[in-house]
Design a protein around this ligand. Structure first.
Ligand code: PEP
Ligand code: MN
Length: 359
C-alpha cells in the first residue's frame, strides 16, 4: 500500500500526512516534489527543500518515501537525500530517449523503480521502459497502472483504465509487481474505492492512492485526493482476493467448469474454421462474378442480426459486434488473398484445380 499527497506542499502537510499514514500501516509514502504539469503557471513542486521534509518524515515516522523523477538531475538529488524508491511518471514513460537517460543515471545504483504506464495505451512502450531499467541493472522494478489519456473524460474517468493493457503486461512479465493508481484513473475521490476493488479483483499487487489532510485545499489534483481517515475506510472495505486456494471443493468445482469450458472453446474454434472455409468458397464465386470481397450491405446485415441474437442471450451487443468485426476482418483478408492470387492466369488455373478437388 502506497499513499501520500500528490505534491509535497509544506513541511507541516508532509509531516501530518506521514504521521497518519504510518500509523495505519501504509508501507510507502509518496509525494511529488517535481510536478509535470499540463500547462505552465501551475504549482510545479518544491524541489530539493521538499526532499528534506520527506527524509525528516522517514526518520520520525519510520516510513520509506518515494518521489517522481523525470531527469538525471532529479535522480542525483533524490539519491543524495536518501530517498528510498523512485517512480517515473506517465509523461516520461512515453519518451524512450528520456527513459534511457534515467536508466543510465541509475547504473550501479540499486534502488527500486516504479514505472507508470505511458499516457497512450501502448503495452510495448510500457514494457520497453521497464526493460531499460532492468538492462541498466535495476533488480526491483514495478509497474503502476494509472490509466490512459483520451480526448474527453469518457465514462467518468480522468484516464481510462483499459484493463487489458496491464493484464497483457503481466502476461508477458509474470514476475512483475503491478500496482494500481485509482487516483489518477478516476480523477475523482468518490470513485477511488470502486477502482481499488476492481484492481484487487484483477490480481494487482498493490495500490497507490493520493492522500492529503485537506484534499480540497491541495495545490495539485485536489479533486482526487482523500483524507487519511477516508483512506482507512477504503482499505477496510476492500476485499483482497487470491489467485489460488487450498479449498478442495472450490478447486473441484472450478476444475469441472474449466473442463466444460475447454471443450466449448474447442467447438468454437472448430466452428470458426468451418466459417472460414465457407468464406473461402464465397471468394471463388465473387471472383467469377466480379464482386467485391467486402460488401457493406452484407456487413450491415451481420452487425444487425448477430447483435439481435446477442441481446436475446443477454450478451452485450457491443461485445458480439466487436468479436464479429475481428472474424469478418479475417474473413475478408482470406477472400482478398484468393481474389488476388486468382488475378494471374497461372494462379487462376492452379486455383481452379483446387476448386475441382473441393467440389
Ligand atoms: C502523480 O503521481 O502525481 C503524477 C503526476 O502521476 P502521472 O504520472 O500518473 O500523471
Ligand atoms: Mn497527482
Amino acid at each position: 500500500m502506497i499513499a501520500g499527497p500528490c505534491s509535497a506542499e509544506t513541511r507541516e502537510q508532509v509531516m501530518e500526512t506521514a504521521a497518519a499514514l504510518s500509523a495505519m500501516g501504509v508501507q510507502l509514502f509518496r509525494a511529488g516534489v517535481w510536478k509535470p504539469r499540463t500547462r505552465p503557471g501551475s504549482f510545479e513542486g518544491n524541489g530539493v527543500k521538499a526532499l528534506e521534509w520527506l527524509k525528516e518524515a522517514t526518520q520520525i515516522y519510520k516510513i520509506p518515501v518515494a518521489v517522481e523523477i523525470a531527469e538525471p538531475a532529479h535522480i542525483e538529488q533524490a539519491l543524495k537525500h536518501g530517498i528510498d524508491v523512485l517512480w517515473v511518471g506517465a509523461r516520461t514513460t512515453v519518451n524512450p530517449f528520456q527513459v534511457q537517460h534515467l536508466a543510465d543515471a541509475l547504473k550501479g545504483v540499486n534502488i527500486p523503480v516504479m514505472v507508470k504506464n505511458p499516457v497512450n495505451p501502448d503495452v510495448d512502450l510500457w514494457q520497453g521502459a521497464i526493460e531499460r531499467f532492468e538492462k541498466a541493472g535495476a533488480t526491483s522494478v514495478a509497474a503502476i497502472h494509472r490509466g490512459f489519456s483520451g480526448y474527453s473524460a469518457a465514462a467518468g474517468y480522468r484516464n481510462q483504465p483499459n484493463w487489458p493493457i496491464p493484464i497483457e503486461l503481466k502476461r508477458r512479465k509474470p514476475e512483475l509487481t503491478i500496482i494500481c493508481d485509482p487516483s489518477h484513473i478516476t480523477g475523482n475521490r468518490d470513485r477511488i474505492a470502486e477502482i481499488a476493488q476492481k484492481a484487487m479483483d484483477m490480481h494487482f499487487d498493490g495500490l497507490m492512492i493520493e492522500t492529503h489532510p485537506h484534499p480540497d485545499e491541495a495545490w495539485s489534483d485536489a479533486a482526487q485526493q482523500v483524507t487519511p481517515d477516508r483512506l482507512k475506510e477504503i482499505l477496510a472495505g476492500l476485499i483482497v482476493r487470491e489467485e489460488y486456494t487450498h479449498d478442495m471443493s472450490a478447486l473441484m468445482q472450478l476444475e469441472y467448469l474449466r473442463q466444460l469450458m475447454d471443450s466449448l472453446d474447442a467447438e468454437i474454434i472448430d466452428l470458426i474454421a468451418k466459417r472460414m472455409e465457407l468464406s473461402e468458397q464465397m471468394a471463388f464465386v465473387k471472383k467469377e462474378s466480379n464482386l467485391t470481397a467486402y460488401q457493406p450491405g452484407r456487413w450491415r446485415e451481420i452487425v444487425e442480426t448477430r447483435g439481435e441474437r446477442a441481446q436475446a442471450h443477454l450478451l452485450s451487443k457491443e461485445f458480439i459486434v466487436e468479436l464479429y468485426e475481428k472474424i469478418h476482418h479475417e474473413s475478408i483478408r482470406k477472400q482478398l488473398a484468393i481474389l488476388e492470387s486468382l488475378a494471374s492466369p497461372a494462379a487462376a488455373s492452379a486455383k481452379d484445380g483446387e476448386k475441382e478437388i473441393k467440389k
